[in-house]
Each structure stands twice: as C-alpha cells, then as structure tokens.
Ligand binder design. Structure first.
Ligand code: NDP
Ligand code: MG
Length: 380
C-alpha cells in the first residue's frame, strides 16, 4: 500500500489521480492533499478519502474547514503546500499543482526523500537545474506524469541513455492548429479553451493553443532525460495517439501509443515499475483510427516554441522569465484583459528586457519570477 500526498487535488490532474486511487484502494491511499480555492470540492475529497492533512490557499478557508473537521490537520498558503508535500506518513508525492508555486514543495519533498510523480512542469522549467541536482543528491526518483514524458520514460525502459539519437515529442497542435497567425487576432477565450483531443485545466489548454505547452515540455524533457536541446525534436501529430517516441543510434524508433487519457500516465507513475489494470480507460483501436498524420512544426506560426528552445538553451534565469511571463499573460488572457496574440507579445517583451543571471539559486529564481510577473502586470 502506497500512501500518497497530492498537491492540486481539485484540478484536472488532481481529480484524475483521485479516480486512479479510487479504482485501486488496496494499492494506494491518500494521506494528505492540497487544494486552492475550491472548498466545496475539498470537503467532498475529505469525506471520500479521509486524509490526515489538508491544505488550502486561503487562511479563511482553512479556518472554516478546521471548524467543520476538528480531527483533521488543516493548513494554508505556501507553508501548507510544503507541509503537505513532506507529510511524514506518505511515501510519495503527486505534484499536480499549477505553476511555479510548486517549486518549493518539490525541493522540500526531495530533501525529505519522497518519491515524486511530477505533473507540475512549471517547476522543472523554472528551476530544472536545482530540482535535478537535489534529486541526485538525495537519490530521489522523479516519475513523469506528462503524457509525452511518460511515453519517453516507457520507451526507455531497459535502454541506455548513450544509445539515444533523439527524443521526438508529439504535439496535437491545440485548439487553433489549422489557423494562420492572422486568423488568431480575434479568437475568444471560449474558442481557445476548446481543445480537440485532451480535456485539461484552463492554463495548459491555452498553453497548447499557443504551443508554449510544447515549449515547456521540451525544457521539461531536457531536465528529466538529461539530454541537450539538439537531441529533442517536436512534430505535429493531430490524433494524439503516439504520445512520443525515442530514436536510437541504430535508427530504430520506439513509440508509446494509447488513447488520450491522462489517468494512464498518472497510474503508471504511481505503480511503476508495475502496471495495474485500468478498466475504465478506453482501449486503443487502431483499425478505428485508420490513419495517423504527421507534419513538421512551423516555428514562425508557433513562435512560442522557438522562444522556449531559445530560453532553454540560454539557461540561467531565462527559462524562469519565460515561464513566469507566460503564467501571468495566460491568466490575463483568461481574465479577458489581453488578446490571444498578446500572450506571445508579453512573453517576448519580458524576455527582451531581462538580463540573465547564470546558475541562479532558489532565492534568485523566486525574485526573478516575482519581478517578471510585476513587469507583465505593468503592461496590462
Ligand atoms: P488545474 O487548473 O485544473 O488545477 C490546478 C490545481 O492547482 C487546482 O487544484 C488548484 O486549486 C490548485 N492551485 C492553483 N493555484 C494554486 C495556488 N496558488 N495555491 C494552491 N493551489 C493552487 O490544472 P491542471 O490539473 O490542468 O494542471 C496541473 C499541472 O499539471 C500543471 O503544471 C500542468 O501543466 C500539468 N499537466 C496537466 C495536464 C492535464 O491534462 N491537465 C497534462 C500534463 C501536465 P483550486 O482549483 O481548488 O483553486
Ligand atoms: Mg503533455
């Protein structure tokens, strides 16, 4: 029985993680979790899973919950996220919180020796060098949840890193894959939120439409698999059936396939190296799919992908700026404050303005993250 703590339980990945736990009560239990502001859902999760520790974003919500559940330990804010991540009774952390707020809890969980299933890609983008160095130092395993990285991780079982020619990440193209840049001028939030293949949280759905998601994933792959950017490629694959591939020196390519269902990579991270049944997942029917399509990525059209490669290669605090500017700009777009194309523009402006600092420590990263968000807000 693995005892889990789950950050971001009320989100898209969080709820699907709870579904996996629910289907395997004899293998997993939920000892601690965090939520943001969705208190209704938080109450329901407490009732269903009987955890010992819960953390929410706001103090007033924590006080309400304390009054309602006297035997439960309730915390709030960033401290609460950290305490949830390191809760002594758990064996493993599932980090499915949104954004770079997941960085400190991840680092502390590594120091506490917790195995981590990581969905929270912003953490690896903003401070991959710190996270991977800490994981190495404390001999902690990071298991990918992102479907592309889970696919690559699965393709690499029993393989040696020295035999890898390149990683090939697949991209669905997001909500606007068939539109030109010109046709993106007046798109609405609702249109952008309408992803053709995957059902996900709002921020990552927008990131998929701008192609920033794939850019973040390239940086995530660089850190998780310790490979230079020159060995990480992206191709457009509209069906999202091949979740990613690895090409080896002998020209052999191994791919991982499946229907688009995040519960599969979530469960694999939890059960690794075992595989458990998942009866509620839709099985892949290749005869029904019929054809698979592939296209090169157009880096002019998807400017954010090119920017992410540049930021990743530049290193230092540049990826922190890329990520923080994007988080702030996407939030502004979702709030109706800027247009879709202004997301790219704000990220570009933040990157142009920034003077990179090499080998940043945690404090420098947090400071850069804050300054970048302030800069984007000043443009609104
Ligand atoms: P959602 O927006 O659906 O969920 C985010 C979760 O984080 C919610 O539980 C939310 O709480 C909580 N949260 C947000 N901000 C804060 C905060 N400041 N303090 C505490 N809690 C907070 O996101 P997703 O589930 O889509 O994504 C989560 C992570 O997983 C992201 O890093 C994303 O890139 C990654 N990912 C997601 C995939 C997907 O299919 N959704 C696929 C691959 C990766 P509340 O709602 O209660 O306010
Ligand atoms: Mg992905």
């Amino acid at each position: 029985m693995k005892k889990l703590s789950l950050l971001g339980a009320t989100g898209s990945i969080g709820r699907q993680t709870l579904d996996v736990i629910q289907q395997h009560r004899e293998d997993f239990s939920l000892a601690a979790f965090s939520a943001g502001r969705n208190i209704e859902e938080t109450r329901k999760i407490i009732g269903d899973f009987q955890p010992k520790l819960v953390s929410v974003e706001l103090r007033e919500d924590a006080e309400k919950l304390k009054a309602e559940f006297p035997s439960l330990k309730v915390m709030y804010g960033e401290e609460g996220l950290v305490e949830t991540a390191v809760f002594e009774e758990t064996d493993m952390l599932v980090n499915a919180v949104l954004g770079s707020v997941g960085l400190r809890p991840t680092l502390q969980a590594i120091e506490a020796g917790k195995k981590i299933a990581i969905a929270n890609k912003e953490t690896l983008v903003t401070a991959g060098h710190l996270v991977m160095a800490a994981a190495k130092k404390h001999n902690v395993e990071l298991l990918p949840v992102d479907s592309e990285h889970s696919a690559i991780f699965q393709c690499l079982q029993g393989e040696r890193k020295k035999n890898i020619e390149r990683l090939i990440l697949t991209a669905s193209g997001g909500s606007f894959r068939d539109r030109t840049r010109e046709e993106l001028k007046d798109v609405t939030v609702q249109e952008a939120l309408n992803h053709p293949n995957w059902s996900m949280g709002a921020k990552i759905t927008i990131d998929s439409a701008t192609m920033m998601n794939k850019g973040l994933e390239v940086i995530e792959a660089h850190w998780l698999f310790h490979l230079p950017y020159e060995q990480i490629d992206v191709i457009l694959h509209r069906e999202s059936i091949i979740h990613s591939m690895v090409e080896f020196h002998d020209s052999s390519v191994i791919a991982q396939l499946g229907t688009p269902d995040m519960r599969v990579p979530i469960q694999y991270a939890l059960s690794y190296p075992d595989r458990l049944p998942l009866p509620t997942a839709r099985r892949l029917n290749l005869l029904e799919a019929g054809h698979l399509h592939f296209q090169p990525m157009n880096q002019e059209r998807f400017r954010m992908l090119a920017l992410a490669y540049q930021a990743g290669k530049a290193g230092g605090t540049v990826p922190t700026v890329l990520n923080a500017a994007n988080e702030a700009a996407v939030a502004a777009f979702l709030d109706g404050k800027i247009t879709f194309l202004q997301i790219d523009e704000m990220v570009e402006r933040a990157l142009e303005k920034h003077q990179s600092i090499s080998q940043p420590d945690l404090e420098t990263i947090q400071q850069t993250d804050k300054e970048t968000r302030n800069f984007v807000h000043s443009l609104l």
